[in-house]
Write a protein that binds this ligand. Structure first.
Ligand SMILES: [Zn+2]
Ligand SMILES: [Zn+2]
Length: 335
């Protein structure tokens, strides 16, 4: 009798877990144009370079943790994804996008540029200056059909906004990278990633910021290990397809997060409106940020809005939660 009760209870728990899975199945529609939100990570490593797990294991981690898309970006290695995608394609659940971390250096400082959606391997180009090294790798990624994304500028204190202001053909960088060695917050006279972003935007360069894991370690955890689940993007697309996701990333139709969830983001030339999903135990503040990183407005409501004023130039939003989690929307520009 007791065994039967345990069996029934076990089945009930399993059914509950399945229902929870379906209830939380992302790709939920947002009112209006019918587009949906898809969560993904655009920077991660496998055993094809210095990661500790195979591409199949890494894909399984992200799929199992409710991500919908993933780019495998190994150092100077192009991973074929057809087989993995065929395994995961059912029910619009999970999509692998091609990727590579084109890994170069100038003057022994790291120059790592991700190519997302590449059609083939891109070899690091080298260059005679830091700017030329970044530029040539960006150009090589674009020539291979990829979307260039500038990784962790403060890793090895390699370069900053001064160099990126001189780069053409790229508009994506990591405002947050989950690797413990990348110095997101700057210091000692070096820009934080938020400051770097505002330096670019203030100069009229329309860059977008992503959050990524740069995960290497899936089999062990620890503060000083590059584990998954620290930073991601949530892109708004008509369907889960590489071209659609890439178009959303290119257009800035996404937000970056380390934990804060947004229910909606409305961007227009008039301004920016967003809604923070309420969290049970954390409080938050929304900062609307403009030229030179100036905080134009700070509010604590879930629904927050900023209307661009003449002379503002641009506005972007960052949500800071009391537990340290953050989210970043992409900037909008006055006409
Ligand atoms: Zn790197
Ligand atoms: Zn990396």
């Amino acid at each position: 009798m007791q065994r039967r009760w345990l069996l029934v209870r076990g089945l009930g728990l399993a059914l509950g877990a399945v229902m929870l899975w379906w209830a939380q199945e992302p790709g939920q529609a947002q009112a209006g144009d019918g587009k949906k939100w898809y969560k993904g990570n655009l920077h991660t490593h496998t055993s094809h370079s210095d990661g500790d797990s195979t591409p199949m294991e890494v894909a399984a981690w992200y799929k199992g943790n409710r991500y919908q898309f993933l780019a495998l970006t190994d150092h100077n290695y192009f991973t074929e994804i057809e087989g993995l995608n065929a395994m995961h394609a059912a029910h619009e659940r999970f999509l692998l996008i091609t990727g590579e971390e084109v890994t170069d250096a100038f003057d022994r400082k790291p120059v790592h540029i991700n190519g997302v959606g590449l059609t083939r391997l891109v070899a690091p180009t080298g260059g005679r200056t830091m700017v030329e090294t970044i530029q040539k790798n960006v150009d090589a990624i674009r020539a291979a059909g990829g979307l260039p994304s500038v990784n962790h500028p403060n890793f090895g204190w390699a370069f900053g906004s001064k160099e990126l202001l001189q780069v053409e053909g790229a508009n994506l960088f990591e405002v947050y990278n989950g690797h413990h060695g990348v110095n997101n917050l700057g210091g000692g006279g070096w820009e934080s990633m938020d400051e770097l972003w505002d330096a670019l935007l203030t100069a009229g360069k329309r860059w977008h910021g992503i959050a990524v894991d740069d995960a290497h370690t899936f089999k062990t955890t620890g503060k000083n290990l590059a584990v998954p689940g620290r930073g991601w993007v949530v892109a708004r697309a008509a369907r889960l397809e590489a071209g659609e996701i890439m178009a959303a990333i290119r257009a800035g139709d996404f937000y970056a997060s380390t934990g804060v969830e947004l229910a909606s983001v409305e961007r227009s030339e008039r301004g920016l409106k967003l809604e923070v999903k309420p969290a049970s135990s954390f409080k938050h503040r929304v900062h609307f940020i403009g030229r030179n990183g100036k905080v134009l407005k700070a509010v604590t409501e879930n629904v927050a809005e900023y209307q661009l004023q003449p002379g503002d130039g641009y506005v972007r939003a960052r949500v800071d939660a009391s537990n340290g989690d953050q989210a970043w929307t992409q900037p909008v520009w006055a006409r």
